[in-house]
Design a protein around this ligand. Structure first.
Ligand code: ADP
Ligand code: MG
Length: 318
């Protein structure tokens, strides 16, 4: 008897959603995963007026608000990455994100505006009170944006749901943030492709993965090009106020959870190779594939057996 499979492609969390789920309960599990993604978007998105994050943002500078234990934990988890990166990853980045407004912008914002936005950024101004399960931002105008971790949080939640449905083989893709459960039904590892950041339709390499998350941050997904031909992308450096230029154009992190892989890929993109590798050392078992602006590829040792270059690409083990 062949294994039942449920395949899904759709749109949500402002990106393309795909999954393949194998096993007896595949159909029901697929419906549950779709429901979970919608539920999480309604909790995590700052663009959904009724979300818990929106409630915190609206109360900025005024009061702390009561949050669910789930959102409290997400905030706590996210703060860890802000701390490890000493604020190069910062979930209070929203004022800058709004200023750079990639969907509509054609030029960089005025320096004065960047300065004003920078003054509002600081994850340390997010007050969390565990006893009351309340959260709040100290100053008016401050705003939380979980864009750098949300897909990861969602990936981990979906894997949890699949386990509840007794699924042992699944591939979940939330806008290039991939989580795999178990291995393929035939027992071989899942193969997760990493897009080449400069060659449309080409891969940089493939990672063999079992029970892992593989998440990529790049400068090619969301960006605009100004009159002078300069590319301004959507991963911002919270100390300069400008899109990060730390020498990397693509960062893939492979880790045991998707929140780790998502947050670290964004953080390393901002921090660059040297500091970025130092972040990885705080999370044993996490690895990375980096491409720098000279299109050199660097792969950490833990991936030596499971990463394969695409044809014509050469990687250095670091
Ligand atoms: P993508 O969403 O394209 O997969 P990322 O996971 O790297 O990429 O997240 C980028 C998003 O994270 C941005 O759209 C923005 O919402 C937010 N962001 C941008 N810069 C930072 C930063 N330095 N720290 C935390 N979040 C950031
Ligand atoms: Mg990320």
């Amino acid at each position: 008897m062949s294994t039942a499979v449920a395949e899904f492609t759709g749109f949500g969390m402002n990106t393309v959603l795909k999954h393949s789920i194998y096993g007896k309960n595949a159909q029901a599990a697929s419906a549950a995963v779709q429901g979970e993604l919608a539920r999480l978007e309604n909790k995590l998105s700052r663009f959904v007026a009724g979300s818990e994050i929106s409630r915190i943002n609206r109360a900025a500078g005024k009061t702390l608000v009561q949050v669910s234990s789930e959102i409290y934990q997400v905030l706590l988890d996210a703060i860890r990455f802000c701390e490890v990166s000493q604020g190069l990853f910062d979930i209070s980045i929203a004022p800058l994100v709004d200023l750079w407004n990639y969907q509509h912008a054609h030029h960089a914002p005025q320096q004065k505006k960047i300065k004003q936005a920078l003054a509002l950024i600081g994850y340390r101004d997010l007050v969390l009170k565990p006893d009351e399960s309340t959260a709040g931002l100290r100053y008016a105008g401050q705003c939380i944006d979980l864009g750098g971790v949300g897909k990861g949080v969602a990936g981990d939640c979906c894997i949890g749901i699949l386990r509840d449905y007794d699924i042992h083989a699944a591939y979940i893709d939330i806008g290039a943030s991939v989580s795999v459960l178990g291995s393929k039904p035939n027992g071989s590892p899942w193969r997760v492709g990493i897009r080449h950041p400069r060659q449309e339709g080409q891969l940089l390499g493939v990672v063999d993965a079992v029970d892992k998350a593989v998440v990529t941050s790049g400068d090619y997904e969301r960006y605009f090009v100004d009159k002078k031909g300069k590319r301004w992308h959507h991963i911002l450096n919270p100390t300069t106020g400008y899109p990060a230029e730390a020498g990397l154009i693509s960062v893939t992190v492979v880790a045991d959870t998707a929140i780790k892989a998502d947050a670290l890929s964004t953080a390393i993109f901002v921090a660059g190779e040297e500091r970025g590798l130092e972040y990885l050392s705080h999370f044993p078992g996490s690895d990375a594939v980096l491409m720098d602006d000279l299109q050199r590829v660097f792969v950490t040792q833990g991936l030596q057996a499971s990463y394969k270059n695409a044809e014509g690409v050469m990687a250095h083990i670091i």
